[in-house]
Design a binder for this molecule. Sequence first.
Ligand code: ATP
Ligand code: MG
Ligand code: MG
Length: 569
Amino acid sequence: ETSPRTDFIRQIVREDLACGRHTAIKTRFPPEPNGYLHIGHAKAICLDFGIAQEFGGTCNLRLDDTNPAKEDPEYVRAIQEDVRWLGFEWASLRHASDYFEVFYLAAEKLIRQGDAYVCDLSPDEVRAYRGTLTEPGRNSPYRDRSVEENLDLFHRMRAGEFPDGARTLRAKIDMASGNINLRDPALYRIKHVPHQNTGDAWCIYPMYDFAHSLSDAIEGITHSLCTLEFEDHRPLYDWCVDKVDLAGHPELLAPLLAKGFPNEAGKPRQIEFSRLNFNYTVLSKRKLLALVEAGLVDGWDDPRMPTLQGIRRRGYTPAALRLMVERVGISKQNSVIDLSVLEGALRDDLDAHAPRRMAVLDPLRLVIVNLPDDHQEMLRFANHPKDAALGEREVPFARELWIERDDFAEVPPPGFKRLTVGGEVRLRGAGIIRCDEAIKDGDGRVIELRCTLDPTSRPGMEGANRKVKGTVHWVSARHAVPAEIRLYDRLFSVPDPDADEAGRSYRDVLNPESRRIMHGYVEPAAAQAQPEQSFQFERLGYFVADRHDHRPEAPVFNRSVTLRDTWAS
Ligand code: ATP
Ligand code: MG
Ligand code: MG
């Protein structure tokens, strides 16, 4: 993690600092608060904050709240929590809506320069005039209005004289441009909707490209990193920054300075990188919201959701996400990453750091007939096979144990390395047992195994070294704590849930097995877990104590990931 990263964005930043174009770099992470952040956002967060950190710069968290209809303070809180959870802190928390007055002054400036006009075409007419990829657009009949008329109409738009959609303010660029984004794009639209931050102060709202580029300029962002779909918007981004020229016109910032904001205006540069996509996953706030609203998952933090809140509850760690972003790398090539890359990063983090415990998910009683009824001893187990610093714990061992039902077979399939009648296995850390008899209930179902412990095979004894078929984990029936254990799997059963083939939607391809609830047992040291503490349950996988539901007297664990990649893809 310490070798210098050499992706093209860091290369640009390094050169900009070396040649003195910037003395300090400034980035921002600009989510729209219209949903919860997802694992795709983790890439943007690690880049925006990570690059600032690495080069001694700063990164703002900017809530891009220019669209009044869809935004909610619940999302704003969650976004802040998620960024901090990933391990980052912003230099300044901003709201694009704080800049509304500056955007307005900037728009007036464009009008006075002859670079913007009020257009009365309806949305359908605008579309018809815009042209296509192969055909140039046509000039709006309102394009040549005088500056005075434009200023008057724009003021009246703000004053609320016109209904939604009646007029727009458009940039006057080039209706014949090969880049459709430059064919007189809208800068402002009329929307009589109150805003969560500005109340009903405004009934006109700035469009994304205008607001975003000017927000970056206002904050003095040096490198504005965004995803590839904005590449075609970059000429418009630059047009807005250059035509408004906030750095050269501090009078436009007066409303902000009056509110106590510093003057940081500069000329930002937009740089695009590829979006993060995973197979078996949808990453779109709109679609994730639909899953929540349809009740197909248990809320935004359902452990199957690819939201940061969801995978956090699933047991993902900030370190695992940062490692994943590192491994995926930065490029300009859009691609779909195999989910195993995400899961592999978690396995690697937890393998190194998660203490080991024993738990039994599907219990079968095992009685050691040659131990007395009241036999009880404390065995010492290392918490981690490769890291002594994680210490040891005591594991109670007694005559009656629970083992995993599928660690026994009456009729063993070929290659079976576990327990059979007449066969031997090692009980992890306790000694070698032989199964003498399987007791069944009236329906022929095995309910108990009667076994003999080889007294010469206890830990530390010479006989402990003898080879047997396999090792099984166990918990002492008298000491174990009953636990709810939730086995999670992929939410979707097909690699591309977004494919939309034959009218099929992502909602039709949910994996019916994505959650199974088990009622098993955990050793006492596992029950004592703190919420969000992760363990490897030996031979079973990595599990986390549920953030909300776990209690030491009623443990609840979520499976974060299996020990090995069991999906053939
Ligand atoms: P969605 O389509 O899920 O709503 P969005 O791009 O509209 O995503 P924003 O809130 O606007 O979401 O995103 C904030 C920042 O995160 C933007 O800079 C955006 O480019 C980046 N981002 C969003 N999704 C991804 C992704 N899958 N991979 C990398 N960066 C992303
Ligand atoms: Mg967006
Ligand atoms: Mg979006």
